[in-house]
Each structure stands twice: as C-alpha cells, then as structure tokens.
Write a protein that binds this ligand. Structure first.
Ligand code: BES
Ligand code: MN
Ligand code: ZN
Length: 495
C-alpha cells in the first residue's frame, strides 16, 4: 500500500513564535497598546496611569485591567494567587503558572482589541520572567495558523523592568514554550496525515539542523528482527506499519543519560475490541506521550542542557482489519515474556513494553527511564484532565517529579504501584495477559509496564494531553503539551 510521504507539518520557522512577533516600533497609524505585567497588588493600577480601569474579563477580574482611551489600550496585568487550591498547598497556583496564564489574557485582550503594536513591560523577577515568555509562546500558538504558515497580527516590543529584552534571551526563555507547542501541534494533526511512517520521517527532518542529536528509525522489519512481538502485533492491523524512533542527545560533558519513552499510537480504534464512537472520537491524541517526549527533546537540544538524553517514540496505529491481532493471540515480547491478548484495546502497554526494553538494555544504560503515555481511561476518571498519574518504582524519583510538576504548574499526583493487583494478570496460556476486566486499571496498566524496566529506576506518567476548552495561556483547546514543562524542570534538578 502507498504511504503518504512525510509532510512538513510545521509550516513556520523553528524559532519561537514570540521572536517572530517582535518589533521595536509601531508602524504609522497602527493601533498600539502598553502593558505592564507584575505580581504586585492591583491597587497600584490607578497610580500608574491615573485612569479608570475596567475589567475586560469578568472571569479573570484580578488578572487583566484595561483602559481604552484615545485609541491607546493600557493594560495592567497583576495575577494574584487564586482562591482555588489554597487548602491543598501541593496543588496551589504558584508564580510561574500565574505569570504564564496571565500572558494568555494579555494576548487574548490585544487580539480582541485589534491591537497591532504593544509594548509589554514584564516587571518580574528573574525567576518569574521565563514563565512570561513561555506563556506568550503558548498564547501565540493557533493550530490553523501553523498549518497555513500565518502569524498573529500583533507585534510585541518586550521589556524586562523597563530595559529591552535581547532576541537571544527571548529565544532562550521561550524555547520551552516552543517545545510545548510542537507537542500540542503533533497531537492536533489529523491521523490520516500523522501516521507512524510520516511521524518518523517528520522527526528525522525536523531535527536535522541539531548537531548534537542523532536520530535512528527502526522500521517494521527491524522491529521484528529485534524480537519486538508486542509493538509488531499492535501495528500489524494497520495499513501503515509500526516504527520506533530513537533520538540521542549528547552534549559535551553531559551527565549520564536519562531515557524517555513516549506512547505514539497515532490512532486507537481499540482494534477488534473496537471502541464505541464516543470513546474513539479523540483517539488521534493517543500519540500524546510521544509528542511530549519529542517536544522535551527538542527543547533540551536547542537550549543545550548539560544532560545526555535518549528519547524513544513507540509508533503504531491500532486498527481493525483481517490482519489485526485477536483477543487470545499470544505475542512474545523483546524481553522474552509471552503475553496473551485479553483485550486488543490495551495496546498502549504493548507498544511501550517493547520500547522500554530497548531503552533499559541500551549499551549506555540510562540512570532513569521515564515513560509518558495516554495509557488508560481510568486515570482520567480518577484525576481528571489536568493531573497526570505518576507511578514509580523509586519513591525519591516520584517525589522529585511530583515536586517539579508543582513548581511549574504542570501537575501530577503520585499513584500506588500496588503489587497485589499483579495477581489478576496471570494467564493459562502465556506468562501474563495484557489486561484484566477488573477495577484499578490505571494501576494494573502501570504494573504491566513495570515488568519490563529491569533494575532501572523508572517513572510512568499516565496523561490526558488534551484541553477540552481554552484556559490560561492555552487560547485554544486541543493538544496541551502536558508533562513537557514538568520534565524540563526535573531535568534541571539532576546533578
Ligand atoms: N488510549 C486508551 C486510553 C485512553 C482512553 C486515554 C481515553 C485517554 C482517554 C488506551 O489504549 C485504552 O484503550 N485503554 C483501555 C484499557 C482497557 C481495555 C484495559 C481503557 O483504559 O479503557
Ligand atoms: Mn486502546
Ligand atoms: Zn491507546
């Protein structure tokens, strides 16, 4: 069958969107605005502009105040800590998330008022400043604009405490937002364009300019010859064969490598155990874990962090066809374990298991392996869309990733790897089944993956990777970039 050639997918420059919107002077007759962003008390507003401030957004009344006099939009942005979560310090909004989300309100207000040129003074500390740029970057992302190669009309003159922000610094600080946007974009792409083959080609093309990154793609023949019967079994029902992408980042003097593995099921029909329509509707996002891992690797390599990384994408489509795997098929994993298919819809743990085995048996053994996957509907029921489920075989690793999530407002909650639930996965015909019918299926899915990590400290993030509606810096729903910020922060804490 014919496989569509890799499209570019990202029509614009690879530089941060913020940088592409920078301009230091307003054009003649352009509608302009001035904005001050700070974390102070809103009471200072009248002292700055001696104007009547009106709320632009009733839902964010402590966030944005605008006065529109004589065609000049003035805006004071002063995000105060919300009342939400005050009772649970672990989930309280902190400065980074408040600043990030305030920038969403800024861009939304400027665009709504048709402003063409805005001077934005970020009156923020050095710790807060990066999150303003991440917020701007997220707020400027719109799926259709990227597809068409368009930009927002508004041009920005960015200042930090009154001094101009140099382009180099803007780029450095905004790149995390760019990594998140790329991750969002991959999730948003339709599954008839993004399939395992075009995705692998895209990864190779997109990373070409980065000298410290090497990309290797394993095709379906290589996966079979490596004995990766689980990912091969999932992919065999699709017109587009499975792939594994391995991206290796080796900075000079980099610390011992950390491996990331992302679930990249480009569409999940459920297979022969087919999903009902409502459950299938959003399943293009079932490659969301791989998108996070890709965005993270991109950020790390472009920022030049001093940490070696191995990032793996486990790519397959879970389709329905005469060749599709059946319930009761027995597949053999790369690590030798035989797995009886109890439910073809539990495909994520299959593709992940074989690739996790590649990651933990690599010649350069990783100090940690972290996997990210839209693995279960159960975690969404338990934690909702904004809290990732975090499982780990090492409590210190769990605590560190949990703390990083809190620090940057990309949250997760630690879940139990309750070993007793393992007993339900025994099979009369193989070493284990891939799924059980009982409760606690986010836990049993995590326990399945744990069988493949050998002795490497491992963490697993079960994510949703989707926003149903705009919120904060995310001015449109769709792919969310979940875990990119959390994991980038965690990498920064490693010594
Ligand atoms: N990709 C789904 C999980 C999912 C569903 C994530 C909805 C986000 C939203 C996964 O492959 C799946 O189908 N899991 C099943 C497992 C079950 C058959 C044991 C589930 O969670 O229902
Ligand atoms: Mn499934
Ligand atoms: Zn799935």
């Amino acid at each position: 069958m014919a496989v569509k050639s890799a499209k570019k997918f990202w029509g614009l420059s690879h530089d941060p969107l913020v940088l592409q919107h920078v301009s230091t002077e307003a054009g003649a007759g352009q509608k302009s605005a001035s904005v001050i962003v700070h974390l102070g008390k809103r009471a200072i507003a009248p002292k700055i502009w001696k104007a009547d401030f009106i709320d632009t957004d009733a839902n964010a009344s402590n966030v944005v105040r605008v006065s529109d006099t004589a065609n000049r939009v003035k805006m004071l942005v002063s995000p105060l800590a919300g009342p939400e979560n005050e009772r649970d310090p672990a989930l309280k909004s902190r400065a980074p998330a408040r600043v990030r989300d305030a920038m969403g309100a800024v861009i939304a207000t400027l665009e709504r008022a048709d402003v063409e040129f805005a001077e934005i003074d970020l009156q923020l500390s050095n710790v807060e400043l990066p999150w303003a740029l991440v917020g701007l970057e997220l707020a400027l992302y719109r799926y259709k604009r990227i597809v068409k190669g368009d930009l927002s009309k508004v041009r920005l003159n960015l200042k930090h405490n009154g001094r101009p922000l140099p382009a180099k610094q803007i780029t450095e600080l905004a790149l995390l937002g760019t990594g998140m946007n790329i991750s969002r974009h991959l999730v948003n792409l339709p599954p008839n364009e993004l399939n395992p083959v075009t995705y692998a080609n895209f990864a190779q093309e997109f990373l070409k300019g980065l000298k410290l990154v090497k990309v290797e793609v394993w095709d379906d023949k290589k996966l079979a010859s490596e004995g990766m019967g689980l990912i091969s079994g999932v992919g065999q029902g699709s017109a587009t064969p499975p792939r594994m992408v391995h991206m290796k980042y080796r900075p000079p003097g980099g610390r011992k490598t950390v491996a990331f593995v992302g679930k990249g099921v480009t569409f999940d029909t459920g297979g022969l155990d087919i999903k009902p329509s409502s459950g299938m509707r959003l399943m293009k996002k079932d490659m969301g874990g791989s998108a996070s891992v890709f965005g993270l690797l991109y950020w790390a390599a472009r920022t030049g962090i001093k940490q070696s990384l191995d990032a793996y994408l486990a790519l397959a489509e879970n389709a329905v066809s005469a060749e599709a795997m059946r319930p009761s098929d027995v597949l053999t994993a790369r690590n030798g374990l035989s797995v009886e298919i109890h439910n073809t819809d539990a495909e994520g743990r299959l593709v992940m298991a074989d690739v996790i085995d590649v990651a933990v048996t690599a010649k350069e053994k990783p100090r940690y392996v972290v996997d990210v996957a839209t693995l279960t509907g159960a975690i969404k029921v338990a934690l909702g869309t904004q809290l990732a489920g975090l499982f780990a075989n090492d409590p210190k690793l769990a605590a560190a990733i949990h703390a990083s999530g809190q620090a940057v407002g990309d949250l997760n909650w630690v879940m139990p790897l309750f070993q007793r639930y393992n007993s339900s996965s025994s099979s009369g015909f193989a070493d284990c089944v891939n799924a059980t019918d009982g409760f606690g299926s986010a836990i049993t899915a995590a326990l399945f993956l744990e069988r493949f990590v050998r002795d490497v400290p491992w963490a697993h993030l079960d994510i949703y990777q989707w926003r149903d509606s705009p919120e904060g810096a995310w001015l449109e729903g769709g792919g969310s970039g979940q875990t990119v910020a959390c994991l980038s922060h965690w990498l920064g804490t490693l010594k």
